[in-house]
Design a protein around this ligand. Sequence first.
Ligand code: ADP
Length: 427
Amino acid sequence: MLASTAHRPPTNVLVLNAGSSSLKFTMFTMARETVMARGIVERIGLDEPFLKYERLDGVSFKEQALVVNHEEALELVCAKLIDPDTGVLKSLAEVDAIGHRVVHGGENFHDSVVVTNEVKHNIRECANLAPLHNPPNLGGIEACQRVFAAIPNVAVFDTAFHHSMPASSYLYAIPYEYYEKYGIRKYGFHGTSHQFVSYATADLLGIPLGELKLITAHLGNGASITAVERGNVLDTSMGMTPLNGLVMGTRCGDIDPAVVLYLARHGMTPDMIDRLLNKCSGLLGVSGIGSGDMRDTIAAAEAGNMQAQRAIRMFVQRLVNYIGSYFTLLEGADAVVFTGGIGENSVIIREQVTQKLACLGCYLDPAKNKVTRGFPAIISTPESTLKAIVMPTNEELMIARETVRLLSVPPKIIPAAVTADNPKEFP
Ligand code: ADP
């Protein structure tokens, strides 16, 4: 099937992230990669939905949104984007393309793609791997196809960057037939963020990504860490689902799978265990302070709460374990990159992590660390052979760039559905 595409690179790109009850949007003009407007419609399908809208020049407002589904939310966003008072476009015809965040590409997608019926079918097929995310992501694409009939849509997958992982990293040590029959393997997530900060770090250092070995730590409410060797992922901490790996806001990360069996044998149902490990664990569960937010945890720890102090020690220790493991897997690395809300802003967490990295040649410059919040900076000393770098992520911009990249090449043939048997054949 021919992918619909424009030959002129798109200039005005709308980026959408459709969640189960929210629609996040960013309107970019790509000539200088500028955000014209952005915002979110929240509580779609629930009581009292609202719209938050912000324009480049600082105009911003929050108002009630009379919408019951994602299509109506998109129509509302479109109305605001072309409104003479609040808008940034004269008409919707000025939107050249739409880029969509799609959480799970399974084995179907190794790269971003221009949306076709076949692509939608394959995204639907991956929904069993991400039942809470892929259906609303697809709903956002379909809403756009109805509202913007002739405009190309591009799907950008959280999992795609990780497809360069070797089988030795993505397979679990269980019988191979479980991979073949059920697709049970590590997929990895936050790929768009790890990819963005990898390129941005290469730019900051003035060294091509193809010559760098990086360990990128995305530390937000969800957290993951990735070993990136010359632009290819060697390993990543999240697994078949985002539950694995680091200690997160409310997720446990790595845990002995026998704990799950134990809980099941003692009467907990799969849904109860799912909730326990995804929603009640991590910083929230360990600290017992009623919040999984790192700022709250740090505040409680500073006030003397010993469980909060322990939660932070566990967060740091798990992170350091992964950094050490990826440093050896990469056979040495050029930089550890901190991103996400915690990585970009938390002076204390960066200090505690890097304290443990002197043995790997990473020495923190405390003064630089202290002043670095939310902007790119090298926070290690010049003698460090392993640099510590703070690099704000920008997943929306990465999606916009991918949209431009996909639509700037001539139309190409999209092959038939890819299965676990021939995963490498997808472009
Ligand atoms: P999400 O995964 O929801 O996108 P973010 O990347 O926004 O999350 O990160 C949210 C996390 O960042 C929260 O735990 C928050 O407490 C933490 N955070 C933000 N600013 C700071 C700060 N100054 N110090 C410590 N943690 C911070």
